[in-house]
Design a protein around this ligand. Structure first.
Ligand code: HEM
Length: 503
């Protein structure tokens, strides 16, 4: 906190009066020369910045990653070497709600982590689910339009959600997770989180493997029912933010164990599903979790706007030893975040302290709005230059990746190995009876106001995942189960055609 109790204007000159405008006479109008008043009003009018297009509502904290296990045979990333402790900043968020939305909504939760490593920042921008709704970047803006506000009414629309979700059968597994008890976590501390995509690791010998990131809560999984959440939202819309803040403030530091799953390049070539499809999971039995370390949150930000609102994460920020993969959805994200942040925060957003790397940055980017550091002073503005400064580092190159194939717009649904319902069915089958009941109840509640044709579309998907899942959802939604069975025999485009009309 600033100790100096004296009020000044924006350039440090004393302000004589902060309550009484300068007026022409005791009952007269304000005069322009009350420049402090003008400054105050003008600044206030510019204080709102664009919110994140999605994940607008969020809360942040600082912490550290401690690596407890040796995974050097997979990655040379210094941040992931045994014994290493790295500072980090994390931001948890809901997805659909705007900046003022309530915390305890049924939604997935975003979890973005910025690791301030000695090789530059590594951002892991994940969610609290191991998989995602969709898998092609084209569908991403539409997904968000479907879950955000209806263009006519300005209200959220279950009809739009379910219409979109059920037209893309690859959403099914994620819908099952969101409608399950995990759809409303009791707190951020009580949920797992995941990198979701397939990323890559490469080691000192430049050997590559594919990997997925998992973070398991050490506080135990706890969730809220619809009824509990509705009650809480009525009383405290910032419930999850408060929970995180207070736990850290009193020294009850939340922790997650970090694991990775590893798939060799050879295994990936022969895998029975596309290992780069974000709507698919890698089964733990086949690709066991390998322990890496512990992530702990232990310090609250000093200022919400400076540190949480202005935080900017992007999956494009990786460090040597960690790389991308052919996942087409990940590839789209590599462009989108920086682009969004150049609009939301400005081209120099990586100079903002929460985003700034702890190591020296020598990127040749210059000028631009709000360039508030020395702008690299007299260092040459171009490269190559005869001064020989800021040379590229070829030793940081990733191993080459063999790719082949004909350029085309491939629809993953045409891949004979593509099964959009298996993982959702597997999940249904391992749920305990009380969780099955909750899933059916939550789905029936959520879909209540939606037209019957869309309910049938979803019921057919449930049936394809598991007969009992289909039957129980049909009953709860008041549908004719024989019709559901008949619909489930259609292929995807026939099913869509048969369920297009609300009649
Ligand atoms: C092609 C697909 C996707 C695109 C184009 C996309 C784009 C975006 C954009 C533009 C933002 C706002 C960034 C900002 O203003 O700072 C954002 C936020 C976010 N996205 Fe995505 N996203 C995609 C998929 C995903 C997936 C699959 C995940 C999780 C694995 C994810 C997790 C997040 C999180 C956690 C945030 C909030 C980051 C924060 O706390 O600042 N997104 N996304």
């Amino acid at each position: 906190m600033k100790e100096d109790k004296k009020l000044t204007n924006e350039v440090g000159a004393p302000v004589a009066d902060n309550e009484n405008s300068i007026t022409a006479g005791p009952r007269g109008p304000v005069v322009m020369q009350d420049v402090w008043l003008m400054e105050k009003m003008a600044h206030f009018n510019r204080e709102v910045i664009p919110e994140r297009r999605m994940h607008a509502k969020g809360w942040g904290a600082y912490g550290k990653l401690t690596v407890t296990h040796d995974i050097s045979k997979y990655t040379k990333a210094k941040v992931l070497q045994k014994g290493k402790v790295t500072d980090l900043f994390i931001r948890f968020s809901t997805v659909a709600g705007e900046r003022g939305a309530a915390d305890c909504e049924r939604d997935i939760r975003g979890v973005a982590v910025k690791f301030y490593t000695e090789e530059g920042n590594w951002d892991l921008v994940g969610n609290n689910t191991p998989t995602f709704f969709i898998r092609d970047v084209h569908n991403f803006s539409d997904l968000n339009r479907a879950v955000k506000r209806d263009p006519r009414t300005g209200r959220r629309s279950a009809q739009n959600n379910w219409d979109f979700w059920t037209l893309l059968p690859e959403c099914f597994h994620q819908i099952t997770i969101v409608m399950s008890d995990r759809g409303i976590p009791a707190s951020f501390r009580n949920m797992h989180f995941f990198g979701e995509h397939t990323f890559s690791f490469y080691n000192e010998k430049n050997e590559r493997v594919w990997c997925k990131f998992h973070f398991k809560t050490q506080q135990g999984i706890k969730n809220l029912t619809n009824e509990e959440a509705a009650h809480i939202n009525g009383l405290d819309r910032e419930y999850h933010g408060k929970d995180l803040f207070e736990a850290i403030e009193k020294g009850d530091f939340p922790r997650w164990k970090m694991y990775v799953q590893i798939m060799s390049e050879e295994q990936a070539k022969n895998h029975y599903e596309n290992p780069f499809d974000i709507t698919k999971i890698w089964r733990h039995k086949e690709f066991p979790l390998i322990e890496v370390g512990v992530l702990e949150l232990n310090r609250n930000p000093e200022n919400y706007f400076a540190e949480v609102e202005q935080a900017a994460f992007t999956p494009a920020h990786v460090v040597p030893g960690i790389g991308f993969s052919p996942d087409r959805f990940l590839q789209g994200r590599l462009f989108s975040y920086g682009d969004a942040q150049r609009y939301r925060l400005g081209v120099n957003h990586n100079l903002i302290p929460v985003n700034r790397s702890k190591v020296e940055v020598n990127d040749y980017h210059r000028d631009g709005a709000m360039r508030v550091d020395g702008n690299y002073g007299r260092t040459p503005a171009y490269t190559p230059n005869s001064a020989g400064v800021w040379l590229a580092q070829p030793e940081a190159s990733e191993p080459p990746l063999d790719l082949e194939g004909t350029m085309y717009r491939y629809d993953p649904k045409d891949d004979p190995t593509d099964d959009c319902f298996k993982a959702g069915g597997d999940l249904w089958r391992i749920l305990t009876e009380d969780k099955k009941q909750l899933l059916i109840h939550n789905t029936a509640e959520d879909i209540k106001s939606v037209t019957t044709n869309i309910k049938y579309r979803h019921a057919a998907h449930c049936y394809l995942a598991d007969v009992e899942y289909g039957r129980r959802f049909s009953e709860a939604a008041g549908l004719d189960f024989e019709k559901v069975k008949a619909l489930s025999k259609l292929d995807n485009s026939e099913l869509i055609k048969a369920t297009l009309s609300a009649e």
